[in-house]
Design a protein around this ligand. Structure first.
Ligand SMILES: Nc1ncnc2c1ncn2[C@@H]1O[C@H](COP(=O)(O)OP(=O)(O)OP(=O)(O)O)[C@@H](O)[C@H]1O
Length: 230
């Protein structure tokens, strides 16, 4: 399946205390499978909101987002959650690993209660190897460095073979060198597995390594550039 994502005049506003915040507005963007897009812009410009909308974690207040022509957020909760399981992987700045589970169990967690056509433990071990942490499968998150924890989070994000990897400032809590290594790993996954990437970052040096760079300002797309920037 080639999962194409189209944002058609997408807007998201939050109402509160008589003030309405337009977190994003008039977003018209289209993404083809396998694209590596960085999203940059000042704090509050709508990057995380856009990512949540694309990831079906939230629904637009205006416009629509189509996935191969289908408006997924209009479906019931189970269908939306199945869609996310099949197509989307998330990585966050704070890793969000479960502290009482080992690295292997964290990687396995998205597969709990899911029927899949492969051996779950073998698959989890395979992705742990891909992120270079086979030797840490029995470690708890507290026994791992920040970079290692993010690698585990990446393994967890790709264990179900998503079409798209949505990364919200995944290097924000890491030092420059570790951040670069995490970026390289995500780029490798993009090239080897063909999964498309959305990479939100405040780091211009990383942003220019993508094939496409979207700059946001005040909830809108200020520029959308494709090509080599580095
Ligand atoms: N749940 C919410 N309720 C009210 N306002 C919100 C909510 N989420 C986001 N906003 C507002 O929407 C705007 C965009 O926020 P968003 O988090 O998308 O920006 P961002 O570019 O990701 O910022 P940062 O770089 O600081 O993470 C901001 O003005 C923010 O205050």
């Amino acid at each position: 399946m080639s999962l194409k994502i189209e944002c058609l005049d997408v807007g998201k506003s939050y109402a509160g205390d008589g003030v309405t915040t337009n977190a994003v507005q008039h977003i018209n963007l289209s993404f083809s499978k396998g694209e590596f897009t960085s999203i940059v812009g000042p704090s509050g410009s709508g990057k995380s909101t856009l990512l949540s909308l694309i990831g079906t974690l939230d629904s637009p207040t205006s416009g629509k987002i189509l996935y191969d022509g289908e408006e997924i957020v209009k479906k019931n909760k189970k269908a939306i959650s199945d869609f996310r399981f099949e197509h989307i992987g998330f990585i966050f700045q704070q890793f969000h690993l479960l502290p009482t589970l080992t690295a292997l169990e964290n990687v396995l967690s998205p597969l709990f209660a899911r029927k899949v056509p492969y051996n779950k433990i073998e698959r989890a071990k395979e992705v742990l190897e891909q992120v270079g942490l086979s030797d840490k499968e029995n470690s708890l998150p507290s026994q791992l460095s920040g970079g290692q924890q993010q690698r585990i989070a990446i393994a967890r994000a790709i264990v179900h073979k998503p079409d798209w990897l949505l990364a919200d400032e995944p290097t924000g809590n890491l030092d420059t060198e570790t951040g670069e290594r995490i970026f390289d790993l995500i780029q490798e996954l993009n090239q080897q597995e063909g999964c498309g990437v959305f990479f939100v970052t405040h780091d211009p040096k990383l942003a220019v390594k993508a094939n496409r760079m979207i700059t946001m300002k005040d909830g809108m797309v200020l520029s959308d550039k494709k090509g080599e920037f580095a």
